[in-house]
Design a protein around this ligand. Structure first.
Ligand code: IPM
Ligand code: MG
Length: 360
């Protein structure tokens, strides 16, 4: 099979983690008889440096012309990078939001699981981490506060800023369907998270999710308020299978969920539309403070690439091979600095890429 993969190295540690991931992907392709054609796409700060804007029409076309996109990370240090002297709609993050919208990537899947080999890094009490957990946050990605009308006005010398949280029924229905579908491939439970005690958009959300649930009698649905969910994530993360939630709540909860795993450098994500196309990226950010030092952890990007093989190309065997390589490397005691613990051997980004590729 020929795989056309768009590659967005991006900013910060992005280029190095994507480079190592391609090394592993190339090994998979060679072993299983596939051919990969990469096209490089500029996004975020990398695009600003060349074109003055964080996303060009050409980049959108290149992404649309590929079967799937693999991304590193976007953005720099807001305190020191010149990118943040630009108006908000010209900054790196604006490019990321714009490409999500342009490609219709409404479903953001963010798995957060505790790797047994790394359980020691979990910041929760041992009686909680011992039980383990494995959840998937299904975050709506192209609606809500991120894309609602916004403005800042000045009246009588007083500035007022407005952001709006809008959802229509169809936007809620399609993400709910994705959540229920994926729950069927997992443990058949969906927790829909909202703020229905305050927000109209959440009351509509709850109503539509209840409707969709009728088509999935085998999936158990519960509702939870977002503040309670934030608490439950540290109190009893094992209770969650699929968490379904709107864009902003999902942004916040997914950072929390990844933090409680203790190993954010391990967590992958996928952003999907209604076709097989997807954009795959690690859950962590661009870590500009360690960029270029060859100490970043490429595993989250490698696992994002394995999600890509699974969801966009239906190559389950190949995806399994990548995931097994990760397990094996951990079992063999190799760690990057972020997940280092006593008795293991610390390696850099390049060496970790080599070790993973060798295990394919
Ligand atoms: C994420 C990030 C982005 C978001 C930022 C960089 C705009 O935090 O992917 O979670 O808020 O969606
Ligand atoms: Mg975020």
């Amino acid at each position: 099979m020929v795989l056309h993969i768009g590659c967005i190295p991006g900013d910060g540690i992005g280029p190095e983690i994507v480079r190592e991931t391609r090394k592993v992907l190339d090994r998979v392709a060679a072993k299983y008889g596939h051919e990969i054609e990469y096209s490089e796409i500029l996004l975020g700060g990398a695009s600003i440096d060349v074109h003055g804007i964080p996303l060009t029409q050409e980049a959108i076309e290149a992404a649309k012309g590929s079967d799937a996109v693999l991304m590193g990370s976007i953005g720099g240090d807001a305190a020191t990078s010149p990118w943040y002297q630009l108006p908000p709609d010209k900054r790196p993050e604006a490019g990321l939001l714009a490409i999500r919208k342009a490609l219709g990537l409404f479903a953001n899947l963010r798995p957060a699981l505790l790797y047994q080999e790394l359980a020691g890094a979990c910041p929760l009490k041992e009686e909680i981490s011992r039980a383990g957990f494995d959840m998937l946050i299904m975050r709506e990605l192209t609606g809500g506060l991120y894309f609602g009308e916004r403005r800042t006005t000045v009246e009588n010398g007083m500035r007022t800023a407005v952001d709006t949280l809008t959802y229509n029924e169809e936007e809620i229905r399609r993400i709910a369907v994705k959540a229920f579908d994926i729950a069927r491939k997992r443990r058949n439970r969906v927790t829909s998270v909202d703020k229905a005690n305050v927000l109209d958009s959440s009351r509509l959300w709850r109503d539509v999710v209840n409707h969709v649930a009728k088509e999935y009698p085998d999936v158990e649905l519960s509702h939870m308020l977002v503040d309670n969910c934030a608490m439950q994530l540290v109190k009893d993360p094992a209770q969650f299978d699929v968490i379904l939630t709107e864009n902003m709540f999902g942004d916040i909860l997914s950072d929390e969920a990844s933090m409680v795993t203790g190993s954010i450098g391990m967590l992958a994500s996928a952003s999907l539309n209604d076709t097989k196309f997807g954009l795959y990226e690690p859950s962590h950010g661009s870590a500009p403070d360690i960029a270029g030092k060859d100490i970043a952890n490429p595993i989250a990007t490698v696992l994002s690439a394995s999600m890509m093989l699974r969801y966009s190309f239906d190559l389950d065997r190949e995806a399994d091979a990548m995931e097994s390589a990760v397990q094996q490397v951990l079992k063999d005691g190799y760690r990057t600095g972020d997940i280092m613990s006593a008795g293991c051997r610390q390696v850099g980004c390049t060496e970790m890429g080599d070790l993973l590729a060798e295990r394919i």
